[in-house]
Ligand binder design. Structure first.
Ligand SMILES: [Zn+2]
Length: 294
């Protein structure tokens, strides 16, 4: 098991991977199909995604387990295979990463809301434990709780992951710019509220993913950095905001556009930089080139 914090001390800026979801759809995952089931039914496709980011020069890759919580898997009647599917996800990324790259076990939102009483705290907590333990068993170095918008769910996930695995935990939230120009999550959480809560819950790396392109992410990273001068920041930016064009969803930011802004991203305080929806191995490769030239 390698330490993400130790790797940051050695290298200062680490490059993470790009999109998984949009990449899986490109490889034939159909709408309504369970992405995590592909860890056993389409192992080679998932492996090739993981490997393509390692080949692009990423220091870190994630796992195909974003929707691997029991609650999410219930939609496919696969909740009883939670441990199996998450462990398989971790094994695939670990195999692609080898021992000299880091693997973060992805945990996304469950889609059920504590606030609405749709699930008990205990059931949600236990589900996160099952997922995190399986990711650890499959060989991840740390857990990445991502695309979060509710504080209660994120904090519960962090505590579950810390307690059940002892691994370092990264937590990233998805923000949107409001009409008044502030960044808030879908649930109304501000950047400052996120920073305080997730650190208290035990996250050692914080940040933002999805929802925004590079420019907005630079603003968000700066806002986090103004509140917290020391905690490492991870950012996974979308390749811009999706545009619906000729019946297809297109992400407009090219690898060159993202790479041109990477210095500003570092200046604003980011320590780990990667992509979210719409980014490809080429995006990651350009980011690697831009960071290494510095
Ligand atoms: Zn995304």
């Amino acid at each position: 098991m390698s330490s993400l914090l130790a790797a940051l001390k050695n290298k200062k800026i680490l490059i993470s991977d790009g999109a998984w979801g949009t990449f899986l759809h490109q490889r034939g995952l159909q709408p309504g199909e369970c992405p995590e089931l592909w860890n056993v039914t389409h192992r080679d496709d998932v492996f090739e995604i993981a490997k393509s980011y390692i080949d692009a020069g990423a220091d870190i890759i994630l796992t195909n387990s974003f929707g691997g919580s029991p609650s999410k898997l219930t939609h496919f009647e696969l909740q009883n295979r939670c441990a199996e599917l998450n462990e398989a996800a971790a094994v695939i990324s670990r195999t692609a990463a080898g021992t000299d790259h880091l693997v973060l076990g992805s945990i996304g939102p469950t889609g059920v809301m504590l606030m609405m009483g749709e699930i008990s705290e205990e059931t949600l907590y236990d589900g996160f434990c099952v997922q995190a333990e399986a990711l650890k068993k499959g060989g991840v170095d740390a857990i990445c709780i991502e695309t979060m918008s509710a504080l209660d769910e994120a904090c519960l996930a962090i505590r579950a992951a810390r307690k059940s695995t002892g691994l370092e935990v990264v937590c990233t939230f998805t923000f949107e710019k409001t009409l008044s120009g502030e960044y808030r999550t879908m649930m109304g959480v501000s950047v400052a509220e996120m920073v305080q809560a997730v650190k208290e819950a035990g996250a050692s790396i914080i940040g933002s993913n999805c929802g925004n392109g590079f420019d907005q992410m630079i603003d968000i990273v700066r806002e986090i950095r103004n509140i917290d001068a020391v905690t490492p920041i991870l950012v996974h930016a979308n390749a811009g905001k999706p545009i619906f064009q000729d019946g297809k969803t297109v992400f407009p930011e090219t690898p060159e556009m993202m790479a041109a802004k990477v210095r500003d991203m570092i200046k604003s305080g980011a320590n780990i930089i990667g992509g979210c929806c719409g980014t490809t191995p080429t995006h990651i490769q350009r980011l690697v080139d831009a960071v290494r030239i510095r």
